[in-house]
Design a protein around this ligand. Structure first.
Ligand code: GLN
Length: 485
């Protein structure tokens, strides 16, 4: 086994036993990046020098007996999360040369735990997209098939983990952006409850939906990262003032006493037959592991979630993106005659098409006369969706569905049809609308491409999700499947 193949827990064991140093492990990952990156294009910035310096610091910490499970383990961070002094582009020309003056909360937490950051990873511009094709720089490719998308918007994070170009990564999820790429790249992706992880230093897309989370090679690693990044932070007023459990305590290999529901509405029209079969087989496996399964759960408002999201997310986005005016930071075009003209030119050249589309959608939905018809109605639908989940979670501990209706699609296949692109998130969006936690875990291959199973639970019940995910993972081999690059 090459060292770049390791999981966090395997690497931590070797580091603790001094069988490998963080420097060697980091060098192995950097070599791997050199070997495959020109094909995968997962990274926007590779921070080789910084990584090696951090690795040496980690080695000192390990020698001093002061190591935590993540100490000295190379990671990649989505380029929407601020890293002080290291470019944070959000996949946009607007922030191409932006150097954050501070770290995000999660970056600070990881640094305290002994982070080795190998780089910042590619994404759809401002996290708007499902394929990473909306990056202003280049699309990232799926390591399982370089002609296909890795999903998005955290496509760089998922591809980097799948291609062993890092041991783990952070992503962000507003409507599926951690789980969908995790599913399409065959890795684990976890979107915790809204409020579980501070978003201080996460560049805002849609503030009532955004959440940071880990992408890892297995469920154990996911728990280890959660232990470090979860928890209250007074700089994010939406972060919950709740204690953080030790998530590794949830890694129990059986499902006795767990009630699982399978909501029918998630088997959407157009779902790939092999995806459907993989999800059904995953639920049967959970049943064998002791779970009680109700195959007939119904969440009747599910069909409204996508429409509701495409009102709420653009409305919040258009407000959040108002700050890119060419004055305070980021790209600035001053070729106009007036301040207003400069602002127009800045936004015209700084933003890509999808971002402009969202700004127009949001502006329309919030404008006088349309606010009640669109925005207010979307908020009402949101309440209905949330209540249906509440009712379902009175009878079930977890709900299990597909993450995405199809495996990875071809690059370019959906770029001309935004609606088709939006539809790839039908199964993930309701979770953000309701603020729930949910995970994607590898559960099969469809024509050689990875499929993920989606496990949701009630707010702050991350432990149940990790338990179901872990038991399932341990009883199957899917998480061990790797792309041949
Ligand atoms: N694909 C969805 C969108 O384009 C979700 C993106 C996300 O979760 N950041 O908005």
């Amino acid at each position: 086994m090459e060292h770049y193949n390791l999981t966090i827990h395997e690497a931590a064991d070797l580091l603790a036993r001094r069988e490998v140093s963080s420097r060697d492990l980091t060098q192995a990952v950097l070599d791997r990046i050199r070997q495959v990156e020109d094909r995968v294009k997962a990274y926007v910035t590779i921070t080789e020098e910084l990584a090696l310096k951090q690795a040496d610091e980690a080695d000192k910490r390990i020698a001093a007996g002061d190591a935590a499970p993540l100490t000295g383990v190379p990671a990649a961070i989505k380029d929407v999360i601020c890293t002080k002094g290291v470019p944070t582009t959000c996949g946009s020309r607007m922030l191409e040369n932006f150097l954050p003056p501070y770290h995000a909360h999660v970056t600070e937490r990881l640094l305290d735990a002994g982070l080795v950051m190998v780089g910042k990873v590619n994404m759809d511009e401002f996290a708007m997209g499902s394929s990473t094709e909306n990056s202003a720089f280049y699309p990232t490719r799926n390591p399982w098939d370089l002609e296909r998308v890795p999903g998005g918007s955290s496509g760089g994070s998922a591809a980097a983990v799948a291609a062993d170009e890092c041991i783990y990564a952070l992503g962000s999820d507003t409507g599926g952006s951690i789980r969908q790429p995790a599913s399409l790249c065959g890795v684990v992706g976890f979107k915790p409850t809204y409020g579980r992880i501070s978003r201080f230093g996460l560049v805002a897309f849609a503030s009532s939906l955004d959440q940071i989370g880990p992408l890892t090679k297995d469920v154990t690693d996911c728990a280890l990262v959660m232990n470090v990044v979860a928890g209250h932070d007074r700089r994010d007023s939406t972060s919950a003032p709740l204690d953080v459990p030790d998530y590794t305590q949830s890694l129990i290999p059986d499902l006795k006493g767990i009630r699982i529901g399978v909501p029918q509405e998630y088997f959407v029209e157009g779902m790939d037959d092999q995806v459907r079969a993989s999800i059904e087989a995953a639920v049967k496996k959970m049943e064998e592991l002791g779970a009680e399964v109700d195959w007939q759960v119904s969440l009747p408002s599910t069909g409204y979630a996508l429409a509701c999201y495409y009102i709420i997310a653009p409305s919040e986005a258009m407000a959040n993106l108002a700050r890119y005016d060419g004055v305070k930071y980021g790209y600035s075009n001053t070729r106009g005659d007036t301040m207003w003209r400069n602002m127009e030119l800045t936004r015209q050249h700084g933003f890509g098409d999808e971002v402009k589309r969202r700004i127009m959608l949001g502006t329309y939905a919030l404008s006088a006369g349309y606010y009640d018809a669109y925005y207010l109605k979307a908020l009402k639908a949101r309440t209905l969706i949330r209540r249906e989940f509440d009712a379902a979670f009175e009878k079930c501990d977890a709900l299990v569905t597909a993450v995405a209706p199809t495996p990875a699609f071809k690059i370019g296949e959906k770029t001309d049809d935004p609606l088709q692109m939006y539809l790839s998130d039908v199964c993930t969006i309701p979770v953000n609308i309701a603020g729930l936690p949910a995970i994607s875990v590898p559960c099969g291959l469809a024509d050689g491409l990875p499929v993920g199973v989606h496990i949701m639970a009630k707010p702050f019940d991350e432990p149940t999700i990790l338990r179901v995910a872990y038991a399932y993972e341990q009883a199957t081999e899917w998480h061990k499947a790797r792309p041949k690059l």
